[in-house]
Design a protein around this ligand. Sequence first.
Ligand SMILES: *[C@@H]1O[C@H](CO)[C@@H](O)[C@H](O)[C@H]1NC(C)=O
Ligand SMILES: *[C@@H]1O[C@H](CO)[C@@H](O)[C@H](O)[C@H]1NC(C)=O
Ligand SMILES: *[C@@H]1O[C@H](CO)[C@@H](O)[C@H](O)[C@H]1NC(C)=O
Ligand SMILES: *[C@@H]1O[C@H](CO)[C@@H](O)[C@H](O)[C@H]1NC(C)=O
Length: 852
Amino acid sequence: MEDSVTGKVLGFLLSLLLLQHRHCSALEVTVPPDQSSPMGRDALLPCTFRVDNPPMNPKFLAILWHFGDKEVLRYDNKGKVSSPRVSIDERALLEGNASLSLSNVTVSDGGTYRCSVIYSPETQKKEIRLRIHALPEVVVAKRTLVRNQGTALRCSVTDFYPQRITVTWLRNGKVLPNSALGPLQQNADGTFRLNSTLTLTPSDTEDTPEIACLVQHESLPTPRRDSFRVQYGVPPSVQVYSAKINGRPEQVLVCEASQFQPEPVRIQWLLNGKIPEDLKKSRDGGFKTGSYYVINPTGGIQVGNISCAVEHETLLLPITETLQLSPEDTEAKYSAGNIAAAIFLTMLLMGAGITAGLWFLIYKRKYFQRFRVSHIHRSQTVEGKKVTLYCVASDCPKGPRVIWSVQGHDGKKTEVAEDEAQAEGEGKMLLGQEFTVRTDRTGTDGRHNVTSSLSFTPDVSAHKDMVVFCKFVCDGKAKEEQLHCSFISAKPKDYIKLSLSDSGEVLSRLTLQEFYPRGIQIRWSCGVGHYQELESINERFTPNSNYTYNTESECKILGQLFTDPGFKVRVTWNQQSSTGQGSREFSARDPEFPWCPWMEEIIKPALKHNSEGRFQCEIRGYFPKALEVKWLRREAGGQELFSVSPSEKYKIPEMEQKKEADGTFSCTAALIVSVSGKSDNGAEFICRVGHPSLGEPLDRSTGALSVTGVPVVRSCTQRGKYIIMEIDQFYPQDIGVTWQRAEKEPKDYKPIPDVQNKLYQNSDGTYRLTSICEGMGLMDRMNPNDFYFTARVQHEALNPPIQKEFLRKEGNPQTAVLSPIHMWGYLGFLPFTQISVHSTYLYFLHFYLYLD
Ligand SMILES: *[C@@H]1O[C@H](CO)[C@@H](O)[C@H](O)[C@H]1NC(C)=O
Ligand SMILES: *[C@@H]1O[C@H](CO)[C@@H](O)[C@H](O)[C@H]1NC(C)=O
Ligand SMILES: *[C@@H]1O[C@H](CO)[C@@H](O)[C@H](O)[C@H]1NC(C)=O
Ligand SMILES: *[C@@H]1O[C@H](CO)[C@@H](O)[C@H](O)[C@H]1NC(C)=O
């Protein structure tokens, strides 16, 4: 009793002591401000404390943890209360460790926690933030591109938290622009997901770059990436069609994917957009290119849209082909049609064209007591590609045997074995090296179903008369189906040749070669917008050694009709007993039209100021006779083209169109121009030709013109000691005049330095020059009669230059006292001797010059 009283007193004293120590912080709680934890792991929220005078008395200790306002854990001398997934280590408490453990944290565990430590009477609280992060998963789903076609790549970034994220695409390490970020979506657990798509259009020549999808996120110390080398592939072509089963109301729907690369494809049937229940239950047969679905008229599937969705590496979204089933298609025509089932068959049929495999599954009912065999169905035939024939047997109490055989035109029937290596020579010979047989078997309730296929590449010469048999033997009972290979055909190669008749008609000849079967119908028609049938001459079919045929058809069309560029001629051909058809169409505008005009270069004259120049251009080889010719002019240094029309300056002679021996036309277009140096130098003329066969007119240009004016020596005067020469009408202005003088004899001429030239421009743009030569110096002590002078005029329009000589006339000094001299005036009466004439531009004038 006394002990307990003493204890109480002591306890009281202790609390008093503690009370006093409060002011000196007897309790100290420490937490880090932040704690980060990956999602799904266990997180620890550290909280430690210290008391001033250990050891601690657990009686006075209480720990509280809050998440926001909610108390998640309480520990005191009455014990521990906590939310699920939350705990503390009670033994560590007395060592001052109140850290909280949270197991399997989720996004919703992120937030602010409060650690409160009470060591009576002291209390201290600290807050700590828990950040949850989730690491993104990065996957590029489709890694195969299609050459020369925009292919979308998708990078799926999933399960990340928080939402801030950066997605980048790289090609060989370089950032690619133009990627598109899809909408951010949140998962049920609070994490986020996102798609980024990038569309690439690789060219034929591009190699295999490395593409990477790079993701940066706060949870990742270094970016996370999914990178791969580009592969190239071919997207599948998908076809859906239906066929009946022998003597049964059911229908087989076939979905076939072909010509794709790489493997595999995934094929799924959808009824009105949903996967039907009975299909969901069926197992995936690992098939690759074909899927068969046998529907029952009165079963679950009746009327609606049945679609086949094909997924492939090259496709971001599946290709979906839909068949609309009408009530007639599924109508029960047979009394027993009320039970039945859906058989789901799937077939493997390589895009590269190798194997075929099927599996099927029957929801069997009692009705199927009888063993049945379907017709031989065949896949679509594309010339040069494999064709697959398939045959289905169902409800055999024992596993049936399948025997394919073929019969050539010799009537001999040969079995084709499933294993190619065991194939007998003849079957191999008939079908070619690369045929395949494949059989898939399934069974339910002791009933066996078989789907078998035979693939080969059809060839006219080998297979046109072949008959294929498919025999199933079920418990000693055999059923056989047969198919004549009359579906085999060869499309013709077509050529069109056009020529002209003497009477101006276009003869159009179509040649069709190597087609099969023989029957073909050719029709010609023509018109503008609306076509009218044309008469034609069709020739016989001529056989080729490979059993194919050739034929020709010719049709005459009035040539003038082609004057309208919209006029078209069309020829179509239809192969009988096959779906083969083709057509060709042409008009004057087509590149194949053989009679477009062509132009020679423009023949240019030498252009002289004040004279006429004739430009001309030959145009040939055109048909019909519907040519338009225009002359255009472009000013020196200008851009604009002006139309040239007949005027004082221009003459455009009438054009004469000549018919040539080959039926085409030709003509010469001409333009005559009165040339002026000022206005025409540097200008350009263009001859423009339009014709129904031309989309854009043809142009020929003269190029920038260069005009010259020929210098004319107007006069030569002597005035005192000067000789003055006037040169006129030259263009361009550059001209050279040199004077020379000889003494006593007309040889050893020396240049005269004292020459003055004055240049003037005439109103018509040409130039005039006065050249004044100081013939006699002050120092000349000689008899002036002993001097000889020459003047030489050089200009680009002169070849050779003008050379003038002024000679002394012996023995008659007086006659040549000429002041002024008009040279041309004197030519008639002056006593002069012509020394020589080198050309029309070279004049030698001899006259006696008397100088006072
Ligand atoms: C506190 O206890 C936890 C276990 O609850 C332990 O993981 C942690 O290391 C301890 N902290 C210190 C500082 O001892
Ligand atoms: C962790 O939590 C998630 C979601 O709350 C749950 O699906 C998972 O089973 C838990 N894991 C463990 C180990 O308890
Ligand atoms: C990403 O694309 C796939 C395929 O189209 C789609 O199923 C998924 O929902 C998309 N995710 C987001 C977050 O948009
Ligand atoms: C089938 O498709 C057609 C055309 O798209 C539509 O008009 C029709 O309503 C669809 N039928 C069903 C049952 O969904």
